[in-house]
Write a protein that binds this ligand. Structure first.
Ligand SMILES: *Cc1c(COP(=O)(O)O)cnc(C)c1O
Length: 404
């Protein structure tokens, strides 16, 4: 058996479709977001990153770096074990308290990533709650889908953000069964935001618990960065809020928050929580500093919103089509995988602008895009440079412009 030939034939198919993933090799500069050095065949060159999920540049924030240095010097490199076997560091406990407070919940639980937190929590809830049904929004993230699959309970998919469809589907389930409505606040590819209050109304009407992924909202929305649920005054109505420490908080890790009983349940039964080494103490310390900073400071959020508005206005001026949404994500629609990749390559090679092409299966075929994430640290000159480059490439690639 030629196994490599089996691997290669599938990879070749991916390449033919224009969906083969090529990573940009970057060296981020400390304290200099969004600048990075890019390594490639022609040697290194400097680029401006326009597609980072380090939405506020907190990964380069001096308070975060100082906290990580201090914890590294106090505690050393790794946690030294799973949470159960010697790996629970003081910083983990402080961070869990901070997260519970951020979302106004009794308790929180850390995971090694947001992906793992969704996979492990939905998997455990669906498997352990007797005769459970999970009602999943059609556009939920891969980590939630995999968690639901792992739960092996009944799954019902409701139309994206469609509260009537959810109501309908909940009505068909016997009232006595445990029901989990799983959804996100900000959807990362279109940047749309769910009708949260209506979803909660419907879930409550049917006695369902709610599982909310606020990965693209924590740190960014609400007066203390508690997410869209905080902004809309709805945190106490959501049963479980899940988030990441790797996007707006700029470090790495995932978490859930909820009642003490809920977090204790996941802590006690979830394989993805139990059987893995705890996060390094320095990572927990950095996340703690980042959350504390963004609880107090609104400057980063305000400046980010300004940059998002400016970018949208400039794109409109030159007729570059972008998807409207109420969030911080600006999807520039290309609609063709090969052109999308070509645009991204030229921006990177000729203009020092890095924005990764987003192709199928991350987004549906025909909706290929460049997903721009303006941050508080991009300058007006960065913005100018980006819009000029995009505008010239739009003509070069014979892409159609939006009518102003
Ligand atoms: C990125 C992402 C995750 C996973 O979070 P990580 O911390 O990066 O593993 C979960 N949910 C959504 C919606 C995401 O976009």
């Amino acid at each position: 058996m030629d196994y490599d030939a089996l691997f290669s034939s599938q990879l070749d198919a991916l390449r033919r479709e224009g969906n083969y993933r090529v990573f940009a090799e970057l060296e981020r500069y400390r304290g200099n977001f969004p600048r990075a050095r890019r390594h490639c065949g022609d040697g290194p060159s400097d680029v401006t990153v326009w597609c980072s999920n380090d939405y506020l540049g907190m990964g380069q924030n001096p308070e975060v770096l100082a906290a990580m240095h201090e914890a590294l010097d106090r505690c050393g490199a790794g946690a030294g074990g799973t949470r159960n076997i010697s790996g629970t560091n003081h910083y983990h406990v402080l961070l869990e308290r901070e997260l519970a407070d951020l979302h106004g919940k009794e308790a929180a639980l850390l995971f090694t990533s947001g992906y793992v937190s969704n996979w492990a929590s939905l998997g455990t809830l669906g498997a352990r709650l007797p005769n459970a049904v999970i009602l999943s929004d059609a556009l939920n993230h891969a980590s939630m889908i995999e968690g639901i699959r792992h739960a092996r309970c009944e799954k019902v998919i409701w139309r994206h953000n469609d509260v009537r469809d959810l109501d309908d589907k909940l009505s068909r389930i016997e009232p006595g069964r445990p029901k989990i409505v799983a959804f996100e606040s900000v959807y990362s590819m279109d940047g749309d935001i769910c009708p949260m209050e209506e979803i909660l109304d419907v879930a409550e009407k049917h006695g369902a618990m709610t599982y909310l992924d606020e990965v693209h909202a924590v740190g960014l929305y609400g007066p203390r960065g508690g997410g869209v649920a905080e902004e809309r005054g709805l945190m106490d109505r959501v049963t479980l809020i899940e988030g990441t420490l790797g996007k707006a908080f700029g470090v790495v890790g995932g978490f859930i928050t909820g009642s003490a009983a809920l977090c204790d349940f996941i802590r006690s039964f979830s394989s993805g929580f139990i059987f893995t080494t705890a996060l390094p103490p320095a990572v927990a310390a950095g996340a703690l500093a980042s959350i504390r900073h963004l609880k107090r400071s609104d400057a980063e959020r305000r400046r980010q919103r300004e940059m998002v508005a400016k970018l949208r206005a400039r794109l409109d001026q030159v007729g570059i089509p972008h998807l409207w949404n109420p969030s911080h994500i600006v999807p520039v629609m290309v609609g063709d995988p090969v052109k999308c990749k070509m645009l991204s390559d030229i921006l990177l090679d000729d203009h020092g602008i890095y924005v990764q092409p987003i192709n199928y299966p991350t987004v549906p075929k025909g909706s290929e895009r460049l997903r721009l994430t303006p941050s508080p640290l991009h300058t007006d000159a960065d913005l100018d440079h980006l819009v000029r480059a995009l505008s010239s490439l739009w003509s070069h690639c014979a892409l159609s412009r939006a009518v102003a």
